[in-house]
Design a protein around this ligand. Sequence first.
Ligand code: BV8
Length: 251
Amino acid sequence: MGKDGRDIASLVCARLKSGGRVTVLTGAGISAESGLATFRDMGGLWEQYRVEELASPEGFARNPALVYDFYNLRRAQLNSIEPNSGHLALATLERQVGDGFSLITQNVDDLHERAGSRQPLHMHGELRKARCQACASVLNWPDDLDAKSQCSACGSHALRPHIVWFGEMPFHMEERIPASLTAEVFLSIGTSGHVYPAAGFVAEARQQGALTIEVNLEPSANSEAFDAALYGPAGEILPPLVDAIMAGLSE
Ligand code: BV8
């Protein structure tokens, strides 16, 4: 890790040593090295589909079978991929920092959990869950979902992917995300900064005095809001960065 990385690690340590908390926001980029397609990069999922047809209530109402299939395809992908070193490094940092650590993810995969993160805030929902439109129950759903799938709570056949679509309110916006944006360090990883309200979190954290850091392949759409940045694959950047932070905390 170069000088920039070491400098950033020491800045983070200085904040954490004085009792500071750290909030991490992740996007599709942290799962890219596990083999999950990102939305915007070459071959990104949205290039193959029009997003309005898929990730929106209107698209689901218009063609539920297409939307069920889109999520069934992505859910099935989860069975053949593993968390990568970026997910694992974040879980290590979480164990070190303890209660002062919050993880907000835009991702709907379960790779953070499988890497050992205890309770990521899935603001855009989760692929391996279904939600009943009749009784609002949220059910674990690791397999294919379709119009014939039955709710185990109320017996209806009105299950949808437990995913936040465009135009829908993201989860945890009332209390847990605002609380986590008061942290002293805000670390954004693998997100292009296009999708709101997530893309606005860095400005909120900065306004509250956070040290803001971006780790991404290239500058995101909101890169000017970050105090510092490390560009490259998260799976290569995060392990040495977390190691340097841990070393600094143990001095
Ligand atoms: C809402 C679930 C109201 C679905 C998703 C006009 C202007 C501004 C905003 C809007 C607008 N018109 C409409 C809006 C609002 C809209 C929005 O932001 N639209 C955008 C497209 C303009 N937002 C909404 O509708 C949201 N709801 O606003 O409700 C509201 C608001 C506030 C409070 C109350 C109510 C709902 C948005 C949620 C939509 N659902 N996901 C699904 O997954 O199928 S979003 C979806 O997009 C994914 O969750 C994904 O996370 C996200 C894409 O963003 P990224 O994660 O950043 O992924 P991306 O591919 O874009 O970038 C990856 C980055 O990683 C790249 O920069 C790449 O360089 C980098 N990378 C790649 N490999 C690596 C890497 N980095 C490091 N290492 C690597 N190896």
